[in-house]
Write a protein that binds this ligand. Structure first.
Ligand code: PGA
Length: 253
């Protein structure tokens, strides 16, 4: 009943020309063999407008990598959800561990951003996940519980039904060491249970829970075979059209 979603997080990569080239290649690859799933690409802010032009009329959605929670104001360096809608975004990544760890983003911030995103018709792709230290000290589920609760705390059932959650163990991001399908499944089923408790089964059952962290063409099939993995948030492997397309067209897709 859940439609899979494959998202590419381009992070701080690609000039405008490079972004147009990558988006063009991804679009071309999906036109010849459209998969039965949703696809979103999240370029850096500077390339959003150019990529929006490339994607126009295609089935690929455009996402940003962050948003502020206010519509406008004296917030130097920030970009608002109104601006993201204006440029053509329908998705926004929130609470990525790189933002939490490197830029001091808090659980509170993520909750405020999620509320603002949904209010403006953006689908927030909310990232949660534990560090290696937290996993090794048995705190994985506790950390994820806190992050999910805080991220959803301003959302009623109707708003929560418009979000996507991505489980991204910090130790798996950019390391080449993805979580095993079984490790991911345990946490992702737990996330769905948390949402069922806080917002009801009618929100939790259709909720898409993605996995992120060293997803590659050769491990995506086994990950997607798990019952609570509804797609992937891909970093490094989405920077080349070929590998992103291979992930989208995973065996069994
Ligand atoms: P990775 O990044 O695929 O390069 O590990 C995933 C992410 O940060 O979303």
């Amino acid at each position: 009943m859940r439609r899979y979603l494959m998202a590419g997080n381009w992070k701080m990569h690609k000039t405008i020309a490079e972004a147009v080239e990558l988006a063009t290649a991804v679009r071309a690859g999906l036109e010849t063999s459209p998969p039965h799933l949703d696809v979103v690409v999240c370029p850096p802010f500077t390339a959003l407008q150019a990529v929006a032009q490339v994607l126009k009329g295609s089935r690929i959605a455009l996402g940003a990598q962050d948003t502020h929670w206010e519509n406008q104001g004296a917030y130097t360096g920030e970009v608002s959800p109104v601006m993201l809608r204006d440029v053509g975004c329908t998705f926004v990544i929130l609470g990525h561990s790189e933002r939490r760890q490197l830029f001091g983003e808090t659980d509170d911030d993520v909750g405020d951003k999620a509320r603002a995103a949904v209010a403006h018709g953006l689908t927030p792709l909310i990232c949660v996940g534990e560090t290696l230290l937290e996993r090794e000290s048995g705190r994985t589920l506790g950390v994820v519980e806190r992050q999910v609760e805080q991220a959803l705390r301003h959302l009623g059932a109707t708003e929560a039904s418009r979000i996507v959650i991505s489980y991204e163990p910090v130790w798996a991001i950019g390391t080449g060491h993805a979580a095993t399908p079984e490790q991911a499944q345990v946490v992702q089923a737990f996330i769905r249970k948390l949402v069922a408790t806080s917002h009801g089964d009618s929100v939790a059952a259709p909720l898409r829970v993605l996995y992120g962290g060293s997803v590659k063409p050769d491990n995506i099939g086994a990950l997607m075979a798990q019952s609570d993995i509804d797609g992937a948030l891909v970093g490094g492997a989405c920077l080349q059209a070929r590998s992103f397309l291979d992930i989208i067209h995973f065996p069994g897709a």
